[in-house]
Design a protein around this ligand. Structure first.
Ligand SMILES: [Zn+2]
Length: 182
């Protein structure tokens, strides 16, 4: 029931604090139209805000990521798992279209990160050499089946099977060659 002492609509909403259907509707319509007409200006404003506050935005994201790391990773995993087809086709398309750029970027990365990459490889090797208890032993069929699991990293496989990372990589190459020539 509208109170008739004032005119309902946008002025009823702002000047009289009225929240009747007519006032709500007029106001939300006005806001929608305003937003649409301002969309471009708002986008530009946000872009500027992001540009001038780049560092603090990144820092906030880093803090948020550290605080909610497990949750974020789990939610990303869930998304990937329910969008595998989309991801596969996206990757294939992206790789086909940007092959040269991607390879160039990989080369640049390895060129600049070579010392870090090498030291990571060496420290993994040292770590697994210390814990390996089956050095030089033959691989069983069960071992090879474990090595065929692409979700298992070389480090995980090495720790699981009591081998070094380099031994695991070598064995994996051998299995792959055998599969290709079989
Ligand atoms: Zn009203």
């Amino acid at each position: 029931m509208n109170d008739n002492t004032f005119k309902h609509g946008r002025s009823g909403y702002t000047n009289h604090g009225c929240r009747c259907d007519e006032c709500n509707f007029a106001t939300s319509e006005y806001q929608r139209m305003y937003r649409e007409s301002q969309a471009a200006a708002i986008r530009e404003q946000r872009r500027e805000h992001r540009a001038t506050n780049r560092e603090s935005i990144l820092e906030r994201r880093r803090v948020n990521y550290r605080r909610n790391r497990e949750e974020i990773l789990a939610s990303n995993r869930r998304w990937r798992e329910s969008n595998t087809d989309y991801l596969d086709s996206y990757r294939q398309r992206n790789y086909a279209e940007n092959r040269a750029v991607i390879l160039e970027r990989c080369r640049d990365y390895y060129a600049s990160a070579r010392p870090q990459v090498l030291s990571r490889i060496q420290s993994r090797e040292r770590y697994t050499r210390g814990s390996a208890h089956r050095l030089g032993q033959q691989y069983s069929q069960a071992d090879d089946l474990i090595l065929l699991n692409p979700d298992l990293s070389s480090l995980e496989a090495a720790l699981l099977l009591g081998r070094t990372v380099s031994a695991i990589n070598q064995r994996r190459r051998r299995i792959r060659r055998a599969l290709v020539t079989a």
